[in-house]
Design a binder for this molecule. Structure first.
Ligand code: ATP
Ligand code: SF4
Ligand code: MG
Length: 296
């Protein structure tokens, strides 16, 4: 892990209230998640569907408020536009009736920046998009081109941090690889910081340097990406790594989120009596792991 940090999350929790008929359910999407976004590194967030990854991303950009916990932002991150979120589906972040050139000009205008042709050309070239597409509507672009426009729009605010929430999971492998390589180049050129969210461990291994593994809204392991993926310590991380090629999802029920005991105890083959108590994040080999197997 690096020395400094840009964003620090302290025990962030988020509970959603859902009504089904007469009944009210509480979904604990995040449960006391603490983390650091290290300076000049790419932080990955891994976890299966429903683990709370997007909820964390939305909290970081202020789209939703945490139920509990503190967020500490360093430097100018609280200024408008300094943290940008790229969604899985770019069409949701673009106005279908607005030509992409105008969509970009609009962001530049609100940031008080020049929206001259030269500036637009610079942004198009950053995201490797032909300038000839400037008068197209989002529906007249391919999925990959549309995601590049969404990235261009985010970059137009000169952000310091880009949160990428499964940015290429709707795209084919070739287009996805090109966009990922483009993102890595942009990071170098603009000296940006990324949080990269995915359930694709191969992608996380390619792009990220540090990794947070989340299970049911709780951090179960964190460390450098190569360490965690080569030698996962937490039984859930081990399961994720061994199931990397299998797509599975998890149904979330209210009782799954009882604060009693280890969050993974119902699926863990190593379960012991002590697992009825919630494990803290133990420090083990330069890593943190929430499992009683690593109690000193
Ligand atoms: N607005 C909401 N209202 C109610 N429940 C929500 C809301 N947003 C998320 N949830 C629930 O919170 C949990 C975490 O959802 P989240 O979208 O953060 O998961 P995720 O890790 O991003 O999953 P995926 O990989 O499928 O995108 C899920 O159980 C989800 O149903
Ligand atoms: S604390 Fe116990 S139940 Fe939880 S992952 Fe570790 S061994 Fe398994
Ligand atoms: Mg998500």
């Amino acid at each position: 892990m690096s020395k400094g940090f840009l964003i620090k999350g302290e025990a962030i929790s988020k509970t959603f209230k859902l009504k089904r008929g007469w009944q009210t359910f509480f979904i604990k999407a995040l449960n006391k998640v603490s983390f650091l976004l290290p300076e000049e590194r790419i932080l990955g967030i891994a976890g299966e569907s429903g683990s709370g990854k997007s909820t964390l991303a939305k909290i970081l950009v202020g789209l939703i408020k945490p139920s509990e916990g503190n967020l500490i932002y360093q430097g100018n991150l609280l200024e408008k536009g300094k943290i940008q979120l790229i969604f899985q589906n770019p069409y949701t972040s673009l106005n279908p009736k607005m030509r992409i050139g105008r969509a970009l000009k609009e962001v530049l205008y609100y940031q008080g920046l020049s929206s001259q042709k030269g500036e637009l050309e610079r942004i198009f070239s950053l995201v490797e998009l032909p300038f000839s597409l400037i008068d197209r509507l989002p529906s007249q672009l391919s999925g990959g081109q549309c995601q590049r426009v969404a990235i261009a729009r985010a970059l137009a605010s000169c952000p310091s941090v880009l949160i990428l929430d499964e940015p290429t999971s709707n795209l084919d492998v070739v287009v996805s690889k090109k966009i990922i390589d483009n993102l890595l180049k942009i990071k170098q050129t603009l000296k940006m910081n990324y949080i990269f969210i995915s359930h694709d461990l191969g992608l996380l291994s390619y792009i990220t340097e540090d990794l947070l593994v989340i299970y049911k809204g709780k951090v179960v392991e964190e460390g450098s990406t190569p360490d965690v993926l080569k030698k996962p310590l937490h039984p859930y991380s081990q399961l994720l790594v061994s199931s990397a090629k299998r797509d599975f999802s998890l149904g979330l029920e209210e009782e799954d989120f009882s604060d009693e005991g280890c969050i993974f105890k119902n699926r863990c083959i190593f379960k012991m009596n002590i697992c009825q108590n919630q494990p803290p994040l133990f420090l083990k080999e330069d890593r943190k792991v929430a499992c009683w197997l690593y109690q000193n």
